[in-house]
Design a binder for this molecule. Structure first.
Ligand SMILES: NC(=O)c1ccc[n+]([C@@H]2O[C@H](COP(=O)([O-])OP(=O)(O)OC[C@H]3O[C@@H](n4cnc5c(N)ncnc54)[C@H](OP(=O)(O)O)[C@@H]3O)[C@@H](O)[C@H]2O)c1
Length: 231
């Protein structure tokens, strides 16, 4: 992919997180990446999905720094101190559903709305981290209602945006990426440290896949191995 063959600029959203910070580190030592900027809840500018207006404000601050060739949004929530993924229908709570949709679908969609305008018109990749458990076709075990549904909604928002943006930004590749299980705060309560990969390994795999994408891959849902995941 031409993206990584020439000097490129990258923006990592959620750079305080496990995968986000590993992506920043990997890009800082990438020979072709001449600048990487990280955004999170305590960065300047701030991006905080509990305050959705910060998305537009962050965009307005970064506007003077465009264009970016690579944007990766890693923000996502699976559990908090107040709730964990639902095991049964009886566990469903409005507050948990609303918070997961806010952080995993509404915030990332509004980020695509604003930040896609920062992308290099000559071409680039805008990836948002989704999850294979958001695949409706692949759902065999049930459970995890709000996380699954919020990532499925995210996937539909990415697919729909990719169709529209292809008309005005034909060289932009907009994708959903499943990072696989990675040792992190998010996966720790679910044996993540035992079954997950190191964040540095995951970051290198994600960058390798993003670097291999073609314009025709826009609107796809890819795994960290490059396979297409069924919606
Ligand atoms: N780890 C896995 O095994 C795995 C598997 C499949 C998919 N994923 C996806 O990969 C992505 C990254 O996961 P991770 O393992 O790196 O998780 P993580 O270490 O918990 O990082 C999550 C990131 O999201 C940010 N965040 C959460 N709520 C936010 C909000 N309301 N506003 C702004 N930022 C917020 C966190 O910011 P703070 O630092 O401020 O909390 C942090 O930067 C997520 O989208 C997740 O769904 C992960």
């Amino acid at each position: 992919m031409p993206l990584f063959n020439k000097p490129f600029r990258a923006l990592i959203i959620g750079s305080s997180g496990t995968i986000g910070s590993a992506l920043v580190s990997a890009l800082e030592s990438h020979p072709s990446c001449h600048e990487v900027i990280g955004l999170h809840r305590n960065s300047d500018p701030v991006i905080d999905y509990d305050h959705l207006e910060t998305i537009q404000t962050a965009y307005e601050t970064l506007e003077k720094l465009r264009p970016f060739d690579l944007i990766i949004n890693t923000i996502g929530v699976l559990h908090t101190q107040q709730w964990t993924p639902e095991k049964r229908l009886a566990d469903l709570q409005a507050n948990q559903l609303q918070q997961q949709f806010l952080s995993n679908a509404v915030g990332p969609a509004l980020t695509i709305k604003h930040f896609s305008k920062l992308m290099n018109p000559a071409g680039g990749v805008f990836a948002t981290l989704s999850a294979k458990v958001g695949s409706i076709t692949d759902n065999r075990l049930g459970g995890w209602y709000s996380y699954r549904a919020s990532k499925a909604a995210l996937n539909m928002l990415i697919k729909t945006a990719s169709i529209e943006l292809h008309r005005t930004q034909p060289h932009l590749v907009l994708v959903a990426i499943h990072p696989g299980t990675v040792k992190s705060n998010l996966s720790r309560p679910f044996r993540g440290d035992e079954i997950g990969r190191d964040p540095s390994e995951a970051a290198s795999e994600i960058l390798s896949i993003l670097g291999s994408l073609e314009a025709s891959d826009t609107g796809s849902f890819k795994s960290y191995r490059g396979e297409d995941i069924p919606w």
